[in-house]
Design a binder for this molecule. Structure first.
Ligand code: ZN
Ligand code: ZN
Length: 438
């Protein structure tokens, strides 16, 4: 509580004195250059854990600004440290990876890049999640904070993280000593561009902000045979269909309705021909929740239902479904700590006005930014949203996001200027506040 009051007073001072104005002016002056950097990132997207060009640009920029820079942390991550007197340690994170999506925005600087997925498939690559705006903001923020070094005290740790889209990068950086080889942060902040807010509007969520994301595969075994003689088979298509239907009751009948949960069967593959009963059917699911308890209920329930339906179908013990919960693809839910998230919202509201900084709902997407706070839950952590939907498009859709391209869409073309300028300003005033001189 005391913490919150102290924060509040500092915020009031900040919003009414010179630094706030000079942050806005500094960002404005930097925008033409930052937009050039953004367009370059946008047209050179790189797949997860294969980031080479992007981190080298970020590392070079940070070095030029006087940061101590270490590359290849967690394979391709960058850690840039600026020690500037006594005070807390603040971590600011941007993610760098793009997606296997063929861009269809029609932008002049649209990506025509291709890349190779881990299985060797060649794919188009696009910054369809807006991580190019994150990297550009990282540079913009580093520039501001380096230029305003006399106005803060403490240690700034700016990290560029690989592999967010595959949920591997944050873990890779932590495993590579992010919190042991470098100053350990007291406060961690990140932002993500948003396809659900108009351009330049900031959204801050208190508490759970993004979900636990689990990927589950079910190999539903059967006993195949001729389609004309079902009595001699155990049909895995019928069994898998029952499993899919029964899974719907996990959320509707077993889960506490006040606890968000999603079970989606996104893939169902079986069979080769109309008159053959196949040997197996394959299902793939995405499973989302916020709390560990709900996550356990869903994952245990999936295993129980798969086995139970197989028993009901008369499947022999050696042909029971195999349920595989992927550890590699698991992303834990992202939690915004109350002290920091409520403080940042009021700080942003004072700086930008209440129209441009709003409390926003939690979503069922995932973010591996969660892992940094989970590594030490005594610390403060928040990820906030910065709206990217161009104003004209937002107005034309009447604010109905279902009519607008989402993140990961080949048509996602944010108002990058609004995202980058807003996020750079927000990140800079947040940093000046956290690292205020005592
Ligand atoms: Zn994404
Ligand atoms: Zn993203």
């Amino acid at each position: 509580m005391k913490f919150a009051v102290a924060f509040g007073i500092a915020a009031m001072l900040l919003s009414s004195t010179a630094p706030a104005a000079s942050v806005a002016d500094g960002v404005k002056a930097d925008m033409p250059q930052l937009m050039t950097i953004y367009r370059d990132f946008h047209s050179h997207p790189e797949l997860s854990m294969q980031e080479v060009r992007s981190p080298s640009i970020l590392a070079a920029e940070a070095r030029k600004l006087g940061f101590q820079v270490t590359e290849h942390v967690g394979k391709t991550g960058v850690v840039a440290v600026m020690k500037n007197g006594p005070g807390p340690v603040l971590l600011i994170r941007a993610d760098m990876d793009a997606l296997p999506v063929r861009e269809q925005t029609g932008l002049q600087f649209a990506s025509t890049a291709t890349g190779k997925l881990p299985d060797g498939t060649v794919t188009s690559v696009m910054h369809a999640c807006g991580h190019d705006t994150h990297m550009t903001t990282w540079i913009g923020t580093a520039r501001r904070l380096a230029a305003m070094k006399d106005q803060w005290s403490g240690t700034l740790v700016m990290i560029a993280q690989p592999g967010e889209e595959v949920g591997m990068g944050a873990k890779a950086m932590l495993d590579d000593g992010l919190f042991t080889r470098f100053p350990k942060p007291d406060t961690m902040i990140a932002f993500h561009d948003s396809a659900s807010l108009p351009a330049g509007v900031i959204g801050v969520t208190d508490g759970y902000a993004l979900a636990n994301v689990d990927s589950v595969k079910i190999d539903v075994k059967g006993v195949g045979g001729h389609g004309a003689y079902p009595q001699n088979t155990k049909d895995p298509i019928v069994l898998a269909s029952r499993i899919v239907t029964a899974l719907q009751t996990l959320v509707s009948r077993e889960n506490d309705p006040s606890q968000p949960a999603v079970v989606t069967v996104g893939m169902f593959h079986a069979g080769t021909k109309q008159n053959i009963i196949p040997d197996d059917a394959k299902l793939e699911l995405t499973v989302r929740s916020y709390t560990p308890e709900t996550r356990k209920l869903l994952l245990d329930g999936i295993k129980r239902i798969a086995r139970g339906e197989a028993i009901a179908a008369g499947m022999p013990e050696d042909r029971m479904p195999v349920v595989e919960v992927s550890d590699d693809m698991y992303t834990p839910s992202t939690f915004n700590t109350e002290t920091l998230s409520t403080h940042l919202l009021s700080l942003f509201q004072q700086h930008f006005g209440k129209d441009r900084a709003v409390a926003s709902k939690a979503v069922m997407g995932g973010e591996d930014f969660s892992r940094f706070w989970l590594a030490d839950k005594t610390k403060q952590s928040t990820i906030f949203w910065v709206g990217g939907v161009p104003k004209a498009k937002w107005d034309a859709a009447g604010g109905n996001v279902e009519k607008l391209p989402s993140l990961h869409s080949p048509f996602w073309a944010p108002d990058a200027e609004a995202v980058i300028s807003t996020a750079t300003e927000a990140m800079t005033i947040a940093a000046l506040d956290v690292l205020k001189k005592s």
